[in-house]
Design a protein around this ligand. Structure first.
Ligand code: ADP
Ligand code: ASP
Ligand code: MG
Length: 412
């Protein structure tokens, strides 16, 4: 029988009623003749609670124990979903990551999926089981420890299963009815897109649009998984939601197709470092070894052989970054006068494959922000995106102003 993957995010399984509603959706697909793999998230708020507990006990925690704790929310919903389906007379059972087994590498808290042998689940389907409910976000390392795939990782579990089982489609059920031109929660004029290209979705996700985890989009692109985002709160037709697909499958699109933002950015400045060959390597080498995801980098003009080096990284990595830089300083590898962490910043980005062929997007973006009196602290560009770092208090204003300036409420 054809296989369908259906993933339900935290708000879609937030309580027993919602689990029942999601199970009904699954029942509809089973009735159509699909063998269904359901990927579930933890109930909304649960993972945050678990993460906070870990942080309270141990600020620089052992990542293996962090994973043991934060993966547990998904175990609960997987069991509850399987029970709900059984109550509806749908043959179903739950699977934790290690039981599948979903094999990952050993990068705890941001592990990458290495293999999903389909045999165990396929054997059950052959015996008449119709739904495999799999706990999202978790796997098992070569050392036999539980791993997690990074926040939002259930999306990636879903796409990886769709690829491993050659599923007809991977449906991501969430609390919005598709991918929008920007987060509909902060811009009321945001418009739902019927289709979005993999490359654009990849940029939007990596720049903060948390509707899909970045890695899930990468996998969908690589394995050509038919990926759809839709609401678990509304009755859905086969055409509902947003299809994430190849560029060629999209007839027309705006130059800028979306605006993304990320609140969780910090700007770190090393004040007065020696401006000599190898200094960037001496700074960013230890940061990379400490697992810091450095994003934007600027080096100021040098004066009397010394310069300031500024970079951005996720807010929750600031402490680790400080520790790594201090260790490098103590070891005599680098020398700086001061290290300033500014955690009151946010990143706002414009994304669109149309930028490849049309110039003037950056100029328009900077003019729009300047008209709103928003100061730009750092700029980064690539072929299809422009990002700026600004004071966090202007983030919403900037997103709305850019959405207006690029007329994203109107389709191409
Ligand atoms: P789930 O719990 O289902 O995984 P998430 O909270 O991870 O859901 O992702 C859905 C949320 O993503 C939406 O509620 C919305 O606020 C946010 N979001 C951010 N950018 C976008 C966008 N461009 N389109 C749709 N939703 C977006
Ligand atoms: N529960 C995990 C999180 O909140 C994984 C997910 O929902 O995708 O990050
Ligand atoms: Mg999510």
């Amino acid at each position: 029988m054809p296989v369908l993957v259906m993933k339900f995010g935290g708000t879609s399984v937030a309580n027993i009623d919602r689990i029942r509603r999601a199970a009904k959706r699954v029942g509809v697909e089973v009735a159509k003749g699909y063998d269904v793999i359901v990927i579930v998230s933890a109930m909304s708020g649960k993972t945050n609670e678990l993460v906070n507990w870990v942080g309270e006990i141990s600020p620089l925690y052992d990542a293996r124990e962090y994973d043991a704790v934060v993966s547990s929310g998904e175990n609960v919903t997987a069991g509850l979903m399987a029970l709900t389906l059984q109550e509806m007379d749908v043959p179903a059972r739950s699977w934790q990551g290690w039981q599948v087994p979903l094999k990952t590498n050993s990068s705890h808290s941001s592990a990458r999926i290495e293999d999903i042998p389909p045999e165990n689940i396929t054997a059950k389907f052959t015996e008449g089981m119709r739904v495999a409910v799999v706990a999202g976000f978790q796997g098992i390392s070569p050392e036999g420890r539980i791993t997690t795939l990074g926040r939002g990782g259930s999306d990636t579990t879903a796409v990886a299963f769709a690829a491993a089982f050659n599923a007809e489609r991977c449906d991501i059920y969430t609390d919005v009815d598709g991918v929008y031109t920007t987060d509909p929660r902060i811009a009321s004029k945001a418009r739902k897109l019927d289709r979005i290209a993999f490359e654009e979705m990849l940029e939007l996700a990596s720049l903060g649009a948390k509707v899909l985890q970045t890695r899930s989009v990468e996998l969908a692109m690589r394995y050509n998984v038919k990926l759809r985002v839709l609401s678990s709160f509304e009755e859905q037709s086969d055409e509902a939601g947003t299809l994430v697909c190849a560029e060629e499958e999209i007839m027309e699109s705006n130059v800028v197709s979306g605006i993304a933002y990320s609140r969780d950015e910090a700007k770190m400045t090393l004040v007065s470092v020696a401006d000599r060959p190898g200094i960037a390597a001496a700074i960013f080498g230890p940061l990379s070894e400490a697992g810091i995801n450095v994003d934007m980098i600027v080096q100021n003009i040098s004066e009397e052989g010394r310069t300031d080096m500024t970079f951005s990284c996720p807010t929750d990595q600031v402490k680790r970054a400080e520790k790594a830089l201090l260790a490098a300083k103590d070891a005599g590898q680098i020398n700086y006068h001061d290290l300033i962490a500014d955690t009151d910043v946010a990143k706002v980005s414009a994304v669109g494959i149309g930028m490849r062929s049309q110039s003037g997007v950056a100029a328009k973006m900077f003019k729009t922000l300047s008209d709103e009196g928003v100061n730009i602290k750092v700029i980064a560009t690539s072929e299809i995106k422009i990002s700026v770092l600004i004071d966090r208090k202007y983030m919403e204003l900037a997103v709305q102003a850019l959405h207006d300036a690029f007329e994203l409420d109107k389709s191409a």
